[in-house]
Design a protein around this ligand. Structure first.
Ligand code: GLN
Length: 279
């Protein structure tokens, strides 16, 4: 079968399964299997595909049609221009989270210490370290398997200034930090069953579930951050689109100043940050 024809069959199968970006995913899977690039579909659509590659492609399209996330099939996700290994062990890095990293980078000075709570794949901490000088960071997570992934990502990126620690939020953390960052679980428990299958069935529930009101981790992190931030240090949190009022309120109550919310590129409230007043 030709490359172009194979793409069409993949696209149709994904469309029939109700996959939202069927054409895109069909093409990305084909490129993954054949080691080709985007322009190959236009320029070389009539070239034949080897039998083994065709079979492999059909197998992967079936997995995607059964709603396995594309990134769990290919094993990677790009984030802040860097390649991260991903898997069912940790949340797949979201483009929305890049806005958090970009906001932190504006205020991240050489030599700062960064604490990343609920680090997952390590994508936030590792990209901050990658785009700064002489900073060092600690990433924590309750999941040992997520941390294996984070350590693997650190090795692959050649990032030596990141330490990953297994524990519940601050449980195993010592010392003070100029920056604390987190994309904690923040989906309300009752909303989880309404999420798309890719997320609901394939991503770790413990990376999503923010408790009855979705705010469980914000309360913990905001209160305890005070003991782990240097005076004048900053706390940056990713939030859900409807959590700005609640999270800015919690930060102000806890004594943070200049509490600010930032929208993502879709125009949704996505990040809240503030500065710990030094007493
Ligand atoms: N943004 C993620 C989602 O929509 C949730 C991330 C989180 O809970 N931290 O699935």
């Amino acid at each position: 079968m030709t490359y172009g024809r194979l793409f069409e069959t993949g696209k149709q199968e994904l469309e029939a399964a109700g996959v939202s970006e069927a054409a895109l995913d069909a093409r990305l899977l084909l490129e993954f299997v054949c080691g080709t690039k985007r322009h190959d579909l236009l320029a070389h659509g009539d070239r034949p595909v080897e039998r083994a590659q065709e079979e492999r492609y059909r197998e992967l399209v079936k997995q995607r049609a059964a709603r396995t996330p594309l990134q769990h099939i290919t094993g990677t996700q790009e984030f802040m221009g860097l390649d991260f290994r991903v898997g069912p062990e940790a949340l797949i890095p979201r483009q929305d989270t890049e806005i958090l990293v970009e906001e932190v980078l504006r205020e991240l000075h050489d030599g700062f210490r960064i604490l990343d709570l609920c680090t997952g794949t390590g994508c936030i901490l590792l990209s901050l370290l990658h785009y700064s000088n002489d900073c060092a960071g600690v990433g924590t997570d309750l999941s040992a398997r997520a941390l294996e992934l984070a350590r693997e990502n650190a090795r692959a990126l050649g990032e030596e200034n990141a330490v990953f620690v297994e524990g519940d939020l601050f449980e195993k953390v010592e010392g003070k930090f100029e920056m604390i960052v987190s994309n904690p679980p923040y989906i309300r428990t009752d909303v989880i069953d309404t999420l798309e299958e890719e997320v609901r069935l394939h991503e770790p529930r413990m990376a999503l579930d923010g408790g009855g009101d979705g705010l469980f981790f914000y309360r913990e992190i905001i209160q305890k951050s005070r003991d782990y931030l240097c005076g004048g240090g900053r706390l940056y949190l990713e939030i859900g689109y409807d959590q700005k009022e609640a999270v800015t309120g919690l930060m102000r109550e806890a004594g943070f100043a200049e509490v600010t919310a930032v929208c993502d590129y879709a125009g949704k409230d996505r990040v809240v940050y503030g500065t710990l007043c030094s007493l």
